[in-house]
Design a protein around this ligand. Sequence first.
Ligand SMILES: C[S@@+](CC[C@H](N)C(=O)[O-])C[C@H]1O[C@@H](n2cnc3c(N)ncnc32)[C@H](O)[C@@H]1O
Length: 296
Amino acid sequence: MAVRKDTIWERFLSPIARNFIDEEKLRQLYESIDWETESDRFRRPDLSYPHYYSSQNFHGVKGGYLNPGASVSYDPVTQYVLPPNETWVRQGLIDTINGTPRRILDLGCGTGSTTLMLKQAFPQAQVIGLDLSPYMLVMADHKAKIAGLTIEWRHGNAEETGFADGYFDVVAASLLFHETPPAATKSILRECFRVLIPGGQVVILDGNQKTLRQTDWLTEIFEEPYIKDYAAGNVDAWMGAAGFEAVQTTDWWWVHQVTQGIKPLPVEDSATASQRVSANFTQDDFGSEGFPAPAF
Ligand SMILES: C[S@@+](CC[C@H](N)C(=O)[O-])C[C@H]1O[C@@H](n2cnc3c(N)ncnc32)[C@H](O)[C@@H]1O
C-alpha cells in the first residue's frame, strides 16, 4: 500500500497510532484475502467511477479506496480519529432515527461499521450498505459474517443507486460527505430524496462544519481532497435544496455533527389525509381541544 509521507498524519500522528496498531496482524489479514476473487463477488463491471473518486488519493493512500490496502487499514485507524469513542459517535446517528424503519440504506457504507450498528438496532429491517469500493465491501461483508448479521452489500454510486423511488424508510450516510465534492454531495442528497418514501428520514453523521471552518489544521491533518469545500458548505442548506423539511443539525462532541431531515408528504396526500381524518372521526372522537382523542 503506497502512502504519502508529507501529510500531518504520516509525519506526526501515524507514528503514534502505529504503537497501538498491530501492523503485522493487518499484513496477515491483507495477505489472507484473495482480493480480486473476493471483490468480484460484489463488483459491478458496468459501474463507472466518478472522476472525483478515481482520480484522488484519500488519507494519503495511493488510489484511495480503490486500493484494497485502504480497506484493511480503515478500521484500525478510524478508531483513533473519532473522539471521544467511535461507537458512541456512530450511535449519535442511530439514536436520531425515528420509529422502526423497515428498509434502511447506508450510503458510502465503507467497511460497514455504521451499517452493522443499524442492523443491530433494527434487526427486523432490510439493511443495505452501498459503496463505490468493492474492497471496502469485502471487509464489510467479512465483519457482518463474524457478527452473524444479514446485510446486503451493493457496489454502486450513491449519486445514482438504481433503487426504486420511495423504497426506503431511512437513508443514512456516515463520514461520506467530507469525502465528496459539494456538487456530488448535492446529487447524493437528491438521490436520497428520490429513494425515500414520503415521510422517510435521512440521517447524516460527519465532521462538524463550524468547527472545521475555525480549525484549519483539522482540515489538513489527513489527505482529504474535498474537506475544505465540505467545511465551507452547509449540509442544512444542501438538504433544503434537495427538498427535505424539518432539517436539523446537532453538534456532536465538537468535531462531529448529526443532521436529519424528512421527505415531506406530497401536498395532495396531506390534504387527502386530513379529509380522511375529518371524515373518519365523529364529534365524540375529539377531546375538549377539538383534536382527535388518542387511540390508546
Ligand atoms: C470515510 S469512508 C466512510 C465509511 C463508513 N460510512 C464509515 O462511517 O466508516 C467514505 C466511504 O464512502 C465511499 N464513497 C465515496 N464516494 C462515494 C459515492 N459517490 N458512492 C458510494 N460510495 C462512496 C468510499 O468508497 C468510502 O468507503
